[in-house]
Design a protein around this ligand. Sequence first.
Ligand code: NAD
Ligand code: LMR
Length: 326
Amino acid sequence: MKAPVRVAVTGSAGQVGYSLLFLIASGEMLGKDQPVILQLLDITPSLDALKGVAMELEDCAFPLLKGITRSDKAEQAFQDADYALLVGAKPRGPGMERKDLLDANAAIFQAQGKALNAVASRNVRVIAVGNPANTNALIAQRNAPDLEPHCFTAMTRLDHNRALAQLANRTGCDTTQIHGLTVWGNHSSTLYPDVSHALIDGKAAHDLVDRAWLANEFIPAVQQRGATIIKARGQSSAGSAACSVIDHMRDWVLGTPADDWVSMSVLSDGSYGIAEGVFYSFPCRCSNGRYEIVQGLEIDEFSRERMTATEQELLDERDVVSHLLP
Ligand code: NAD
Ligand code: LMR
């Protein structure tokens, strides 16, 4: 049996947290042979609810769950953390864009970046889920100067999975038959789901779906899916978000399939001409616990225009939080 690893989850008393914790404890994230210690963080008024969640986790008698800690202090929850899932933040309501949450949420990621810097494992792997996720990841990363930038990511896997589902529905195939799909940019209504390099059962996606459907239905549907769910449910996505966190972390840690890539928001190194210093969603392959941006994909004019628009939004968001970026 492997030694247990420490998984810190912020916002553990919230709705994404509630969907996520049971999946982690059952081995869906790190494998059925990897014991875990869950280090739960929420704010002081949620500590009673957090106690209830911990009791429920205990009641599952998960063979892999070797301990649970609860705290309202980031320095305690992140102590020696091997993984940090930054979920705790205010969700948006109807009619809001995710970047409207910057005022409410940015300071959380500044404080948590500092706490990770102080006490987490030097190899901690961090995913920012709380919105606006990309810019929150940037804030956390910039406030953790002693950790490698490669430790930090933000989640666009939900958008990737949404795009797979829309394309599979349209073409009558299974999501597993689609390879080479990319979501570029920000987790926002400017994100760009790109099928230019996608193969569906070995055939070019572009030969199976028409351009008008892509431009007028597919792209807006993926961009607006979060808002559509809020309208229907009255609350933002939770179960699908939690499953995507699991997918993102599992693939990062255990590796992506040899014949495919996934979409992850990572610190831009200038790949594809995207400005350095923003967390941008790229096609990524992972092995040995590290991600690499897939290089060399051809970008046509249609894609470039959309990739630039979402890049610009990230640069604008970065300007808004510049006072939090040391
Ligand atoms: P929620 O309101 O149900 O839960 C949020 C939890 O975070 C609450 O328990 C709250 O007390 C806690 N919290 C607030 N401030 C905190 C802090 N400083 N430290 C620790 N915990 C804190 O919200 P939710 O539906 O679980 O969503 C959480 C966040 O995830 C939102 O910002 C939402 O927009 C975002 N989200 C992102 C994606 C994505 O694809 N990136 C998907 C779904 C949700
Ligand atoms: C989502 O994409 O479902 C989440 O980011 C929640 C939201 O605000 O849309």
